[in-house]
Design a protein around this ligand. Structure first.
Ligand SMILES: [Fe+2]
Length: 328
């Protein structure tokens, strides 16, 4: 690769500089980029002036280097998609009629770098792995910046494989037998507690969407390296692998939006995992494309001055190729 690269935080995260759209189509470049993504803990950025003009089909092709781009449009978000493509717009932009053209979630702006670290009192930033409640959770995401605010709107990433590697042997032994119980009903109810317009599942929908269970320590299928895993707003309990969640406990989780105390084992690790030695604060520039691997990172959004700035991000979701093949 002729391009220069820069480390983001030691071994975690890498940016490839001066990248063009032609580079993204080059098969050798793609192979090297995939290897660099795996080697650097599942966080890879490409930056270059030419990428400001990337076409949706070019972004889809680049994303397919890292996983299978998911084609299902998310329900009730059709008007937030880039027309004809599996790309969700995120931000505060509006269409010609003044209607929101992107999905917007208001979150606090960082006041200083210390705010990157998870605060147990505020439970912010909302560090998580995406969609662990799904049967085959997405393996990663691609995020592309069209318009960036002058300040704020950073995306935060933490290296859960190095954080796991540096745990003491006793903690590792304790985590080895645990699974996260991830319930979409719990997720929706929890959000509705502070955002009352957020819809919750009907009893029928709840019955049709039982919790998914994922390991707390996930061995990466490509690198073989274990990483902490399974923290999402849907995570309602953390239990030994052979222990079922009792229906009474699940009712409280799903119907009241309250986490079981067992989730505390993950939350207690979060301030450590999100400290400066494991994290990257990514400040976006138009054209940037970042790919992250959900199997060995967690991430969090940060806010910006929503009145004074326009932000437009394009987001794609990556599925596991093996799971996609198995489902056919
Ligand atoms: Fe996310």
């Amino acid at each position: 690769m002729k391009n220069s690269t820069s480390a983001l935080n030691g071994e975690f995260g890498l940016i490839i500089n001066d990248v063009s759209r032609r580079d993204l189509k080059d098969q050798d470049f793609q192979r090297e980029a995939y290897d660099l993504w795996t080697q650097h803990g599942g966080l890879l950025a490409v930056r270059g002036d030419d990428l400001r003009d990337i076409a949706p089909e070019e972004l889809v092709a680049w994303s397919n280097v890292f996983g299978d781009v998911e084609y299902t449009a998310q329900i009730a978000r059709e008007d937030k998609m880039v027309k004809g493509f599996p790309i969700l717009r995120i931000g505060n932009i509006k269409d010609g009629a003044g209607k929101p053209a992107a999905q917007l979630a208001i979150v606090p702006q960082l006041q200083n770098d210390a705010d990157v670290r998870y605060n147990p009192e505020t439970r912010r930033p909302v560090w998580h792995t995406d969609s662990t409640f799904r049967q085959n959770p997405p393996i990663g995401s691609v995020f592309h910046c069209k318009q960036a605010p002058t300040a704020g709107g950073e995306t935060l990433f933490a290296d859960t494989r190095t954080a796991y590697a540096r745990l003491d042997a006793g903690t590792k032994a304790k985590l080895a037998h645990l699974e996260a119980v991830c319930s979409v009903a719990h997720h929706d109810k929890k959000i509705s507690l502070y955002s009352p317009a957020y819809p919750v599942l009907t009893p029928e929908q709840r019955a049709a969407n039982p919790p998914n269970r994922v390991p707390i320590v996930l061995e990466h299928p490509v690198s073989g390296i274990p990483a902490l895993y399974g923290l999402n707003s849907s995570t309602c309990a953390i239990l030994p692998k052979d222990q079922q969640i009792s229906p009474d406990v699940l009712d409280v989780c799903d119907l009241e939006g309250v986490e079981d105390n067992s989730v505390q084992i993950w939350r207690d690790m979060l301030p450590y995992v999100t400290g400066p030695e494991f994290t990257v604060k990514w400040q976006w520039q138009p054209g940037d494309i970042v790919v992250w691997d959900n199997r060995c990172t967690i991430h969090a959004a940060t806010g910006y001055d929503y009145e004074a700035n326009s932000r437009e991000m394009w987001r794609l979701t990556l599925l596991d190729r093996a799971a996609a093949v198995a489902a056919e």
